[in-house]
Design a protein around this ligand. Structure first.
Ligand code: HEC
Ligand code: HEC
Length: 393
């Protein structure tokens, strides 16, 4: 009798969800399958004639880590995109020569993107790369400076010649450097995660494989594809629809200063001499520029930011375009308690306060933590010789 009462008391103390193993119904299985398979192919960027060229990739990798690319020789791309921090800097907002208004996103899997930057202000990885090169707050470099580096460094000069031939001007040399960076970025594809293993085990009904995935992550995944509505925007194998939304993150960049997000991004893209409508686009067919040609800015874009991929998200704190949320639990709580009054743009009716319990918040975080690839911090190995050029010092 006493024993039965004790068992009853123990059962009552445990929430049912924590005790029962998660079994996904067919609709959930289908929703989960849409987040794979992984890896996915990286499509060639036809606007970049050096895409996939080994000499350009090696040149891009060298330039990414070379502080001589900057005006005063003190800052490289890797100063902010630090491999050991999953290619971010771990700060709320970037710090160049002066503080910037936005958080540093990872460049892992950036080669799969359509628009670049939180506001999508660039339409290719290579044209984006020109922004930090030229921005006075970042590398503060110039066409002559970049051209000189490509002439004076023996390895860079050899790789540049092999990938692009002779450059007609300093500006052409600088654009080549950006295209080499773009070719390198396209190789930064992140590997398989615990989630990918689970997804494939689920498809094959491999019970042992499924059992290896933590129960808390399964409960979080159920919320992610179900009641949380997360997968509507964090869609597909990349966990992003590549579109722009307002999820209620305040867009005041500083007192009296507003970050207009996508609204400003479209304007910036249209004014960019290096966009795909310009003469530096290598795609003679014009197909690569289609998405840019059809773009126009509307007031609705105000305060919208790009849906970030969630791959490796546990490695890239803090979060959001302005780094305003320190942890994944803070992000999930933000969605749980979202203030819909604060959402500026129309059409985000998807978002409503979810009212998650502390246990459900922990489950969603446990799920997000399974999206990290063990190779997210790895720097690709450079062969000693590429295209006849001695690359290693
Ligand atoms: C001072 C810090 C800093 C430096 C240096 C820097 N970046 Fe960034 N990077 C950022 C920030 C901040 C963003 C987000 C910018 C935005 O949304 O406007 C970003 C975004 C990007 C993106 C877009 C990623 C995406 O998914 O949208 C790419 C690609 C990128 N950087 C490549 C580079 C390259 C290549 C270099 C060197 C030429 C470089 N960055 C140098 C801070 C930096
Ligand atoms: C309406 C589309 C939409 C929905 C629904 C949505 N997100 Fe997001 N998510 C975004 C956008 C856009 C951002 C970036 C917002 C910003 O920086 O202002 C973001 C940012 C994030 C980030 C931070 C990533 C980073 O690198 O900074 C995480 C984590 C995240 N969302 C998880 C979730 C989860 C979990 C759910 C479901 C509870 C969810 N999202 C629902 C669009 C959405």
């Amino acid at each position: 009798m006493r024993r039965a009462a004790l068992v009853f008391a123990l059962l009552a103390a445990c929430p049912a969800s924590a005790a029962e193993p998660v079994v996904f119904d067919p609709r959930e299985v289908q929703a989960i399958q849409r987040h794979g398979p992984w890896p996915q192919p990286v499509l060639p960027d036809r606007s970049n004639r050096a895409w996939g060229n080994p000499a350009a990739i090696a040149l891009g990798q060298k330039l990414f880590f070379d502080s001589r690319l900057s005006g005063d020789g003190t800052m490289a791309c890797a100063s902010c995109h630090v491999p050991a921090r999953a290619w971010t800097d771990g700060r709320p907002r970037a710090h160049g020569r002066e503080p910037l208004a936005r958080n540093v996103p990872t460049v892992l899997d950036a080669g799969r993107g359509r628009w670049f930057g939180w506001d999508g202000g660039s339409d290719s990885a290579w044209s984006f790369s020109l922004r930090p090169i030229l921005d006075a707050r970042e590398l503060a470099s110039s066409p002559p400076r970049v051209a000189a580096l490509l002439r004076e460094d023996a390895a860079a000069a050899c790789l540049h010649e092999a990938a692009f031939g002779a450059a007609a001007s300093d500006e052409a040399a600088m654009v080549n450097a950006a295209k080499a960076l773009g070719a390198f970025l396209a190789t930064l594809a992140s590997g398989r995660t615990a989630f990918d293993e689970f997804r494939d085990a689920l498809a094959k009904r491999d019970a042992a494989g499924m059992a290896r995935y933590p129960e808390a992550a399964k409960r979080g995944l159920r919320l992610f594809v179900g009641r949380g509505n997360c997968a509507v925007c964090h869609f597909g194998p990349d966990f992003t629809n590549g579109e722009f939304h307002d999820v209620g993150v305040p867009f005041f960049a500083a007192p009296g200063k507003v970050d207009g997000g996508r609204y400003d991004g479209v304007k910036r893209l249209m004014a960019d001499p290096y966009n795909l409508l310009g003469r530096w686009n290598d795609d003679a067919s014009g197909a690569a520029a289609t998405k840019t040609r059809h773009l126009h800015s509307t007031q609705r874009d105000f305060g919208r930011f790009k849906t970030p991929s969630l791959r490796n998200v546990a490695l890239t704190a803090p979060y959001m375009h302005n780094g305003s949320l320190a942890t994944l639990a803070d992000v999930v709580r933000h969605y749980s308690e979202i203030d819909t009054e604060r959402i500026h743009s129309h059409g985000e009716q998807l978002l409503r306060p979810l009212g998650l319990t502390p246990g459900e918040i922990a489950d969603l975080v446990a799920f997000l933590e399974t999206l990290s690839a063990p190779d997210a911090m790895d720097v690709p190995a450079l062969p000693p010789v590429v295209a006849g050029c001695r690359v290693a010092p």
